[in-house]
Design a protein. Sequence first.
Lengths: 122, 650
Amino acid sequence: MAKILVIEDEDDILNLIKIILNMEGYLTILAKDGEEGINALKNNKDISLIILDIKMPNMDGWEFLKTIKNNNDWKNIPIIVLTAYTQVSDIEKARKMGIDSYIAKPFSRENLIKEVKKVLSS
Amino acid sequence: MHLNYDIIVINVCNKVMNMMKKIKLRGRLLILSIIISIIPVIILGVVSVENTIKTMNEEAQKKINTDLQIAEYILNERLDFLSKSLELVSDENIVSSIKNKNLNSLKMTTSKLKNITNSDFVIIFNKEGKILVSSNTNKTGYVDIPSITKKVLSGKKIRSVEIIDENTLKNENLINKTVISIKTTEYSIKVNKTTENLALGLISARPIYDENGNIIGGILVCDILNKDYYLVDKISNHSGDVVTIFLDGIRISTDVENENGTRAVGTLVSKEVYDKVIRQGEIYQGRAFVVDKWYITSYKPIYNSENEIIGMLFVGTPERPFIELQQNIKAHTILIGFLSIILALIVSLVLSETIISPIKKLKSAAEKISSGDYNIHVDVNSCDEIGELAKAFNKMAEDVRKSHEELKRHAKELEESYEKLKEVDRLKSEIISIVSHELRTPLTSIKGYVELVLDGLMGELNDNQRRCLEIAKNNIDRLKRLIDNMLDLSKIESGAIKFDMKIVKIKDMINEVLNSLEPLIKEKNIEVVCDIEDSLTAKVDKDRITQVLINLIENAIKFSPVKGVIEICAFRDDNYAHIIIKDYGPGIPKKDLNKIFDKFYQVNFPKIKKDGAGLGLAICKSIVEVHGGKIWVESELGKGTTFHILLPIR
């Protein structure tokens, strides 16, 4: 089963995503900021998707993106950005940094599942 | 006709006025001063020259007339002298000499008398009229002036000018002295003869009485005038004029000169004068052509003792000096006129300069003010209207400067408060943005977990639980829309959103909107009537205008009754695409009409559920206005509502 790294500073939302994904049968690894995300990547070589929040303490989404896109081992892992930043400029910026999908908060369960499936199957 | 002239005159005046308006002030003053100076100068010049010349001519003529009288007087004086000399001769001696046939004594008497009187001949004749003795010759014969001898022998004294015949002249050995060859000149009369053999003579004669008082003969003294210049020179010396004695029309004694300087004896009078004086016996006064030039003249007939016209007396003066004088006067008048016009020009230039230079100062000051230099003081000190104008101008400049400073101060204040407002506005947008983000996070959890439960993933739900959770979910969605709209509006208003303007077909856009709203339309079984110009386009951000159209049509559907009608039409209106969306719903109360585009304003409809935040129309208005368009509403309570949108075509 595909292993998905979820990076989100809000515990409730992190948990919500975990429940939704687990129910769909995906394995999840959870991280509460960019740094934890990097560590999780280091410890888990088989991560097939990252769901990423942008606004986070320590290392935010932008920095995290920069870091993994500069790493040969991680740069090909697909990424779905899940954020409350809905400005066109933010979406554009994220797309330029090589993300695969973008979901605005608050999201619906259906939409999240649909996007995850789409990204994983491509 | 009269009216027409009036109109023409008015038209001409108007044209002149219009032309005058085009000329600068200096030119106008110049024209005015020229008119003012030229007209009187010309009138004065013409009148004075005409008057002077007329007076001069009159005076010259008067002098000539007077001189003619002097000439006559001198002629009469000569005749008087001859008569008096004749009286001095003693009859006694002559009578005794006649009786004694002492011809020598008589001859002596005649010679003596001739010498004393400086005359040409003296004769004594008997009572048959036969010449007894003559001062010039020993020949005897009859006196060839029968009328004279007859009168003398009848006891009269003679004292007159007479024609002396050729025979008498020959007898008296005078013919060589008196004969005159005739020369015709320009304007003169024509005569058939080439010489004049007759002569004009001053004659004085009286009878001779014997001791008994019987007439026994007469004595006659004659002074021939032909080529005798004594009289004419004497008259000329007195008057300074030119004098001529004519026999008929021929100059016999004159000081008129030919071109070569000789006396013009033998020349003829002009025809004009001849006709008037010799033929009609009148006095001729005025211009006349004499020999070779024009004179101011006076001619008078000379009568003999029978009262027949036998010649003329002429006094004249050449016209040329007068004409030269007149021309001089004219030249001087023109010169003075010219000088006075120049003077008027100079004066008007100086005068116009005193008017124009302060006006120019005012003009440049006004230009400085309009270019933004308000520290202006016009330096015009005159006390006239322009000085007053300058004073008023300075006051105005001062006022303008003050109000400009005031304005600048206000502008600065405005700018400051504008900056403050901008800052406030920025803060507001920022706050809205932050708040929306912060609201989204808890909302995400709420929505997510509610969905989990509602979808039965956390265990079976009974109907009541489900209904409650659905209400919660609907309100979560409403809250989400509210946050989205608020953020949207704040971004549009702050200009944070870039609009992607393209030429879009209105018909396509409306059809897409209707397609997306198809489920709603079907749900309420609503009939949509479209009347849209096929080719109508507008330059818009397609997504944003679609948003507006969805909002408005959605509203129309929402407020229409089931099976109601919605009309959508679009057409070109000047430079705009005009879209009209009309429903036959409940309509909007008048008091709400001008507030429906306000943020968070919602009309209270009892039967319709509120599911928005009252931001939809505010967003529509912002979007349309960012496009440079217009949106407004017309509505009548109970009849329906019509929305109008104007979008620029390019």
